[in-house]
Design a protein around this ligand. Sequence first.
Ligand SMILES: Nc1ncnc2c1ncn2[C@@H]1O[C@H](COP(=O)(O)OP(=O)(O)OP(=O)(O)O)[C@@H](O)[C@H]1O
Length: 216
Amino acid sequence: MSALALTGARADYGGQPVLGPLDLDINAGERVALVGRSGAGKSTLLALLHDRTRRDIALMPQDLGLVETLSVFHNVFMGQLSHHSAAYNLANLIRPFRREVKGVTAVLERLDMTETLWARTGELSGGQRQRVAVARTLFQGGHVLLADEPVSALDGPRAERVMEALTEQYETAVIAMHDLQLARRYADRLVGIRHGLIAMDVAADAVETEALDALY
Ligand SMILES: Nc1ncnc2c1ncn2[C@@H]1O[C@H](COP(=O)(O)OP(=O)(O)OP(=O)(O)O)[C@@H](O)[C@H]1O
């Protein structure tokens, strides 16, 4: 069953074409890594997938979208803002509810980040901020994940932990990434983008080095 689909999709910025036309069909239960050079069109493709589908999608953007003046707790809680009324969210902002603190702490535990719970997000390192955005995404829940470079600021073991957490939680995922080793390990399928078009679409265990070289 198709979870995400694009047909004849195109994108341009200020009239300048940057993506497509392309077709892409992603089945429920499939983990797809989007790979390709910087500027190839991966973020634009994720944005199109998000705009055309919207329902039940957790999105982790490349710029993280954190509120730096707020605590880690508040940023992670934002993953579930839409689950509650405005009054509940406001009350929880002023005086966090115990059950929400418990829920957010459980997600931070998975990422080895519990000690930052009440830290101001803007005071954290780049890698820690990236993990706060991952925690917010995990806290959001749902079945489908779109993530843009979720581990670009993380060292080896931390990147592994994040990829494990994301792929454990989301049965269907499209993740743009530069680390080809990680992409091959955690994705079922690799989609290579070159000059705004799909230049490669193969099972992760069948990808050949020459095909990857041609992308970069
Ligand atoms: N806001 C924008 N205005 C104008 N051009 C843009 C804008 N965003 C992206 N582009 C252009 O669109 C093309 C695709 O960019 P995109 O960010 O989708 O690539 P990417 O593969 O995600 O790159 P990276 O790996 O560096 O994140 C590039 O040529 C880029 O310069």
